[in-house]
Design a protein around this ligand. Structure first.
Ligand code: SAH
Length: 351
């Protein structure tokens, strides 16, 4: 495996912490903002490119910090413009990050953990369990790497979905400073409403996110209308239950005014029946919710597959008729192993 880290990753520091470091180094705190503007706004690769930062300070920064920690192990480009990176971290672990193009939108999907401990049976990310949390800097670096794939200065990342490998809310202390930096005007400047965090449904953490008060969107991966079925699909549900998740989603809406999205991966013969759709509609009745139906991305290791499009459309129609808006997510990057965790799984299997 690679070297043990000797320097601190710059993006592991919040804006305030970097400003304090600058002061301790005998510099004015606004230097922190200058450094962050170069890194997040101007796509530099090194401290030397930060021209308005005094050379002496650049040298001190170089001694103390690394700007990047990961290597690009693989870079895949899909025929639909989707790009996917497999990043190798300092300790040899891998994570994935994806850039999707849709008209003027440039959406990135990022990971928050190496592996995942939630145990969704159809998902590639959890097959090998949880290895560790990503640090704030490791989360941000995925964005920096993807941003640098965009060809012109005018083309910027417009949307972020935290839907890659891992359970974001199980790593909330590292995730929140990262998304706050994405949102920060002097850094990436991406509006809170264009940032969506997806969770398996951890009620206490959902409330914590609401209390954070920034107005990020929440998506909850429900996948089943009742505990009997959800326990079979999402191992961790055993300890939580659909009712507790819906109550936390209600609290989230009440506190933030943001409509919660419920994600529902359609699995042929398991959760795609008209009866499931009606039961889901019943459970969501009166809630300010939206259902995003996800066509299953085939993961060869799991054997599950999605139903034909007519079934998905019928499922959506039942929800709509009962008053719950439902959309079917467009498939992206079908030719580049787009299901999160697939590339990492391959890399693991090769070593
Ligand atoms: N742990 C979080 C976020 C990561 S997964 C969560 O559970 O929400 C993001 C979404 O992709 C989740 O809804 C997840 O269930 C779904 N997903 C996982 N594997 C998939 C696959 N093979 N095909 C389609 N969607 C998948």
């Amino acid at each position: 495996m690679s070297d043990t880290p000797s320097k601190t990753l710059l993006t592991d520091l919040t804006r305030e912490a970097l400003a304090e470091w600058c002061e301790a180094a005998g510099e004015r705190p606004f230097r922190a903002d200058q450094v962050r503007r170069w890194l997040f706004g101007k796509r530099v690769e090194s401290f030397d490119e930060m021209h308005d930062v005094p050379a002496k300070l650049r040298d001190r920064l170089k001694e103390e910090f690394d700007l990047f920690t990961s290597e690009i192990d693989r870079h895949q480009v899909s025929s639909d413009g989707t790009e996917k990176l497999l990043l190798r971290l300092r300790d040899g672990e891998h994570v994935e990050a994806v850039l999707m193009r849709e008209e003027k939108r440039r959406t990135v999907c990022i990971s928050t953990q190496v592996g995942c401990g939630m145990g969704c049976v159809f998902c590639a990310s959890g097959l090998l369990g949880l290895r560790r949390n990503l640090s704030t800097g490791e989360i941000l670096e995925q964005i920096l790497r993807l941003d640098r794939l965009l060809p012109s200065a005018e083309e910027r990342i417009t949307n972020v979905v935290v839907m890659g490998i891992g359970e974001p809310l199980a790593n909330l202390p590292n995730l929140l400073p990262a998304v706050d930096t994405l949102n920060e005007k002097g850094a990436m400047g991406i509006g809170a409403r264009r940032i969506t965090i997806s969770t398996v449904g951890l009620p206490d953490r959902m409330r914590e996110l609401a209390a954070h008060g920034k107005g990020y969107n929440l998506a909850v991966s429900l996948h089943a209308p009742n505990d009997e079925l959800r326990n079979r699909l999402v191992a961790v549900n055993d300890k939580i239950g659909v009712e507790a998740i819906l109550a936390a989603a209600d609290d989230f809406f009440e506190k933030t005014g943001r409509r919660v999205t419920f994600e529902y991966v359609l699995l042929e013969g398991l959760n795609d029946s008209a009866a499931c759709a009606s039961e889901l509609a019943e459970r969501l009745r009166g809630r300010n919710a939206h259902v995003n139906l996800i066509p299953m991305n085939r993961v060869s290791e799991t054997g599950f597959r999605g139903p034909p499009m007519e079934i998905a459309k019928h499922f959506a129609a039942i929800l709509e008729k009962a008053g719950t808006p439902a959309t079917i997510r467009k498939k992206k990057g079908a030719d580049i192993d787009a299901a999160c965790g697939q590339l990492r799984l391959e890399a693991e299997q090769q070593t």
